[in-house]
Structure formats: structure tokens, C-alpha cells
Design a protein around this ligand. Sequence first.
Ligand SMILES: Cc1ncc(COP(=O)(O)O)c(C=O)c1O
Length: 371
Amino acid sequence: MTWTSHLRPALAGLDIYDSPQVAARARLHANECPEPWPAEVMAELGRRVESVELGRYPDASGRSLRHLLARQHGCDPDAIVLGNGSDEVISLLLTALAGRTSEPSFMVIPSPTFVMYGHSARCLGVGVLEVPLTEQLELDEAVMNEALGVANGAAICFLARPNNPTSSLWDAAVIERLIAGNPGTMFVLDEAYIRYSPGASLWRQDLPGNVTYMSTLSKVGLAALRVGYCIAPPALARAANVVRHPYNISATSLLLAESVLRDFPEVQAGLIARSIANRDRLVALLASIPGAHVFPAHANIALVRLDPPQYASRLADALAARGVLVKDASSLPRLSGCLRVGVGTSAELDILAAALAELVPNLGPDPSQAT
Ligand SMILES: Cc1ncc(COP(=O)(O)O)c(C=O)c1O
């Protein structure tokens, strides 16, 4: 008997999520909002960071930021749970909700969707039922309902709207029907990318009792801070806070998040508006690839299907060789032949445009051989 026999068996089959910070000319694989903050804002933020007392702990639950977010959403600050990125919030919610003792708890998610839902659940031993999206990358309402009702019901269902990696904005009426028809399941509405679909948010103060709202600052120009949050019904907010480590958001991140949300919201809105404009350019660029189909893009990413499908991996490799990183999504369910490409800055799109102009005429034989 060695200590390794104590390792959770499920972990052996799971990959480590890693994304090394490799030098690249265009980072279009990471779903960021890379527009640079103006120098004067950065200088002011730098001055404020000088006030952080490095020897002292931050507030244990980020009270002041929770109060600010609560004012923005018009909700009770105690309903808000902060996480070190929404990745941590996902883990907190799953830990809190995997408690049924009569039979194993399980989660339902559409597929493909954000990878950390499934990864976190598998790490915790929560079952995962994946329901493929339709060919049009919409929710399959009938099969979702069937999966949610298996074995006395799913504990939790994550719905990302807009979704990653498809950039799709699922029909709100379908989501509302799923929620109403499955009151024993907690639905997490993940609106990480909602600022890229102005006017489409499903947030409202009187969401049904089996809904938790989740969002993040990562997609709105602040990915470096690692701040995500959820707005949960009281019993779930309490349970998530029980499992949450105290002081999970650093003093610097709390200070910078509050500073930006309170004092520079217009600057932030400007960065997002520029990204939305760049998305139009990205979609046009991808659509100019012969035979390509670009799906409607509602997040700061676009999904393109190439024809024939094997062009996708070839093009991704050839772009990477030119310092342009995109996500090869072609092995995911429903996404044969698909690449996911982030919006990037104007300069990064210039680099993508030049690389495509060079590679696309040579896609046929093997674009990595293009000179
Ligand atoms: C839909 C969705 N939700 C949540 C996250 C996690 O964001 P973070 O942990 O940076 O807050 C991502 C990241 O890509 C995402 O795509």
C-alpha cells in the first residue's frame, strides 16, 4: 500500500488545465478583452496600489466590492459570493450542491460549453451528463429536459449565455422553460460575455428561486485580477461561503476592481465597444476564407467552420507557426472543422489578416508548407 492509493481515482483521467504565456504576435486563443487601458488610468491605478498594506490581510469576503456590485445589480450584498475568477465560483457551487445522499449528485451541461464546468465536477466526483447542442448550436430543449429529469433530477445545470466556445446566444424562452420545468435543479446563468451582447442580459432582481447568476470581470478588460462572482439565493450563498476560503481575493485585486468599476466605467465601456467593433472586422476576415461558415458571434470570440474539416487543424498550426494563436475546436462535439478565434486588438487583427492572406491560398495541400 502506498500513499498514491489515496489519490482520487477520477483525477488520473483528467488533464491539467494549462495555458503557458508563450510569446506570440497575436493572442487570439484566450477569450480576453486585450484593448489596452489608457496610460493615465494605469498611472492612477498604480498610485492607488501604493496604498495597499502588504503586511495585512484583505477583507475576508471582499465586502466593499460586494456592496458595489450589489448596488449595480440592485441586490442584497449578502447574495454575492466572490471567487478567484468565476472558475472558483463554479467549484464553490458544485461543492455546495453535490450533497444528495440518497443517490449520486450529477450535473447537466450542454456540449460543447465552457470546459471548467465539466472539469470541476469530475474533480469533485459529481456526475456529468452532457447534452449535445443542435446542429445550429442551439440548446436541445427536449433532450435537456430528459437529462435534467434523470434519477430524481440534476443538482445543477450551467448555461453560459453567450456560450464559449460557440459565441452563441441561446434562446431566452428555452432557458426560461427549462428553469420553470425543473424546479429541483439549480440553474447557473453564466453571463461572462454578456457585455458583448448589449441589451441581452437575463439578469433581473426577481429571478426564480432555482437560478444563480454568475459573471466575471475577466472578459471586460480585467482578466489579470481574477475576480468572478455569483448572485445566489440565500441558502446557496451561505453554503458557498462555508466552503469558500477566506481572503480568496487579494487586496490588490479588490482595490483595482473597485477602482475601475466605480471611477472608470466609461473607459471600460469604451474598451468593450472597441472590441465589439473589432468583432465585426474579425467576422468579415474569417468569412473571406473560401468555403468558411462563420456562426453568429455574440461574445468576444467568433467560431468559424472550414470546409473540408481537416483544414481547421492545419490552419491553426500554420497560424501558430506565424505567431498567431487561435483555438482549434475541431475535436469538440458538433464542432468538426471549427476554429475559435478571439477578437484581439486592431494590431492583432492586422497580423491575422496578413497571415490569412498568405496562408489561405495554400490551404489545399498543406498550409504549414506555405512560405
Ligand atoms: C463561459 C465562461 N465562464 C467563466 C469563465 C471563467 O472566467 P474567469 O475564471 O476568468 O472568471 C470563462 C473563461 O473563459 C468562460 O468562458
